[in-house]
Every structure is written in C-alpha cells, then in structure tokens.
Ligand binder design. Structure first.
Ligand code: HEM
Length: 143
C-alpha cells in the first residue's frame, strides 16, 4: 500500500503542478484580454482545484503510512532539515497552499466583474503554486 500511494502521490504531483501553471496563465491572459468570465473558464479552474484536492487526500493518507511522515515527527527530527521537510514543512505548507487555491476558486464563483474573477484565480493559484514549489522534496522526487 505504501509504495502504491507513494507512486500515486509522486505521479499526481506532475499533473497538479502542470494544471496550476496552465490555469494561472490562462486566467492571467483572460484578465488581460478583458473578456467575459464564462462557465468554461470556471470549469478549467475547477480541474486544477480538483486535482489539488485529490493530491491532498492521497498526501494525508501517505503521511500516516510513510516512514518519513508522521512517524518521524519528533523534537530530534526538527533539527534535521531533510526529516523536517517531509514530517512537517511539506504537509503543513501544502495544506495551506490548497486552502489558498480553494479561496481563489470560491471567490471566482461569487458574483463580481469578469476581471475580478480572473484575478482571483490567477493570484490565489499563483500563491498556492509558489507555496507548493517552496516545499517539494526535490532530491527524493527527481534526484
Ligand atoms: C499539491 C500538493 C502536493 C504536492 C504537489 C506534493 C508533492 C510531493 C512530491 C513530489 C513528493 C516526493 C515524492 C517522491 O519522492 O517520489 C511528496 C512526498 C510526500 N508528500 Fe506530498 N505533495 C502535496 C501535498 C501533500 C500533503 C497535503 C501531504 C500530507 C498531509 C503530503 C505528504 C507527503 C509525504 C508524507 C511525502 C513523503 C512520502 C515518502 O517518500 O514516503 N503531501 N509530495
């Protein structure tokens, strides 16, 4: 189960990062072109939203079965940057990032001008993306 979840989480990470980047650019172009915010635009933003929530669920389960997740959480691990990353920083910052993405998507669903909706998507998704990128265990992922 652990290996399967680890592979799923690792593979989904590509999709989440690609979707957030594409939707960010798409919403920025939408805002700059000053066009209407349509149902299609909402659905495109929804794809990145759903993918990041699936990743959150997989990540939460993984956290409790991984040898470098919850089981590593201790005062001693906090002194080791590698252990601190997967046991605390990566999960915590990613949960915050997904909350930020959720706020951006929810704001775009509320009544408002098209530019405000596009801005809500590109600003909040960009913040979420930067937070996620700041705490990826790059060396274990791509190393
Ligand atoms: C969009 C959000 C997230 C992304 C893009 C992401 C991405 C990644 C990546 C690329 C890795 C390295 C995988 C590897 O070494 O093959 C990883 C590892 C890990 N992630 Fe996430 N993650 C996210 C959210 C979360 C959340 C919310 C949690 C927990 C609450 C979590 C828990 C973990 C754990 C425990 C590991 C280490 C797994 C292991 O090697 O045993 N992740 N994540």
């Amino acid at each position: 189960m652990y290996i399967g979840l680890q592979h799923l989480h690792s593979g989904l990470a590509y999709l989440v990062l690609a979707a957030l980047t594409i939707v960010f650019i798409y919403a920025l172009v939408g805002a700059l072109s000053k066009r209407e915010f349509t149902e299609k635009d909402r659905k495109i933003a929804l794809i990145a939203f759903v993918l990041s929530h699936i990743q959150l669920l997989v990540g939460l389960i993984l956290y409790f079965v991984s040898p470098v997740g919850f089981s590593l959480l201790s005062a001693a691990a906090m002194k080791d940057p590698v252990a601190r990353l997967t046991a605390l920083e990566h999960p915590l910052i990613n949960i915050i990032a997904i909350v930020v993405i959720t706020i951006g998507y929810s704001r775009a669903k509320k009544p408002g001008s098209p530019i405000a909706k596009f801005r809500s998507i590109y600003m909040f998704y960009a913040i979420g993306l930067v937070l996620i990128l700041s705490r990826i265990p790059w060396s274990s992922w791509l190393g």
